[in-house]
Design a protein around this ligand. Structure first.
Ligand SMILES: [Zn+2]
Length: 389
């Protein structure tokens, strides 16, 4: 049993838990519900009548919100874990009647109890900019705000990263990190449409920032002008919610895959060659069921002598365009929680045949990286295969 498990067991015995239905009943008879989630978690709404006090400010603000130590308090978070910690903390401050709402806001919503939409944080210009997107009932203003709070990391501002970055910025994804250490070359421009003739020779992260701000100045573009290595991958990935992988080489792709697995982030994978491309989402930590990781499909990179030579392999410029936009689509679906993500499904695109095929991929029970109870084997810097495509 880990220390966290022990602490949770203690909290479960120390803090009384009640169901959302019971919480709603007690609110009706005067109990005060405190929603302790952080501000960026409220985009999907909050129980009607709940007071929002972020967990990080709870101890500082509780006396102002509930001066009476006998006031019945119902603590609620997203799934009912942080509310246990919060409730225990209030018990220590002398509050005598504190409950944690089991299952949190997820259970509240699932029980069909009344919810209130958060006050809109979209300004009039945002409403005009995203009007056609907000009109979609699955998105609405709440979804648009979710996009605005999202932090997405894009690996590579090249063939896949270019279309992905343009559409993600246009859609209003709030923070776009970009990892790339290359400069813009003439031979990039037939497919890397984020860049331009006039920005030849400058760093791709800089060129990307210029193009994306030109398209949507409210997006925050964070440049990571470096190449991913085993020593920097984790510190770069931390702080992002998902990773769109537009890398063009095996060493980077395996690092990205391994770091996503270790940090529990969705890995939106894409690859192209000649007239074909593929795309899938690897996310063993997905909340609604275990999906495979990239290594379940490709346990190790091929030996360098068998890997395709990137410098010599051609590619029709539109193919990374199509796959990159499909990656952006998967990223938007994951952020918004809509549709059926490509988890456990690999789509193969054949431009000449004009066809898509779908392959089902199941988690490999023997996968060294994602199998049940596996210890993370560590990062590997594979020998560089090829650069700069
Ligand atoms: Zn795996």
């Amino acid at each position: 049993m880990t220390t966290t498990d022990q602490r949770l067991a203690e909290l479960h015995s120390q803090v009384p838990e009640i169901s959302p239905t019971e919480a709603a009943r007690r609110m009706a008879s005067g109990a005060l519900m405190l929603d302790v989630r952080e501000a960026d978690e409220l985009a999907a709404g909050s129980p009607r009548g709940a007071l929002h006090v972020p967990r990080s400010f709870l101890e500082l603000r509780i006396e102002e919100k509930a001066p009476d130590r006998d006031q019945a308090l119902l603590l609620l978070c997203e799934v009912g874990i942080r509310s246990l910690f919060a409730a225990a903390s209030l018990q220590q401050l002398g509050y005598r009647e504190v409950y944690s709402v089991a299952g949190g806001y997820s259970a509240w919503k699932a029980a069909g109890l009344p919810c209130a939409s958060p006050p809109s944080r979209l300004d009039p210009e945002d409403r005009r900019r995203y009007a056609r997107q907000i009109l979609l009932p699955e998105i609405g203003e709440a979804g648009q705000q979710k996009l605005g709070s999202a932090r997405l990391l894009l690996i590579g501002a090249g063939g896949l990263g270019s279309p992905a970055a343009l559409y993600l910025a246009a859609a209003g994804v709030g923070t776009l990190g970009i990892v790339d250490d290359d400069s813009v070359e003439l031979g990039n421009l037939h497919r890397q449409v984020l860049h331009s003739q006039e920005r030849l020779g400058i760093k791709k992260t800089e060129s990307a920032r210029h193009a994306l701000y030109g398209l949507n100045p409210s997006v925050r573009v964070v440049s990571h002008e470096t190449r991913l290595t085993s020593s920097n991958v984790e510190s770069i990935f931390q702080g992002y919610d998902l990773v769109v992988d537009g890398s063009d080489n095996f060493p980077t792709r395996y690092l990205a895959s391994d770091a996503c697995l270790k940090l529990g982030l969705p890995h939106v994978y894409g690859a192209v060659e000649r007239y074909s491309g593929q795309i899938g989402v690897f996310w063993p930590a997905a909340p609604d069921g275990r999906g495979p990781c990239y290594r379940c499909l490709f346990p190790e990179p091929p030996p360098p002598e068998l890997a395709p030579s990137c410098a010599e392999a051609g590619v029709l410029g539109v193919v990374p365009g199509i796959i990159g936009v499909a990656q952006a689509t998967e990223a938007l679906k994951l952020i918004l929680g809509i549709g059926r993500p490509l988890i456990g499904r690999l789509l193969l695109y054949d431009a000449l045949g004009g066809s898509w095929r779908e392959l089902a991929i199941t988690p490999d029970p023997a996968c060294r990286y994602c199998r049940e109870g596996a210890d993370f084997p560590g990062y590997i810097d594979y020998e560089a295969y090829c650069r700069g495509t």
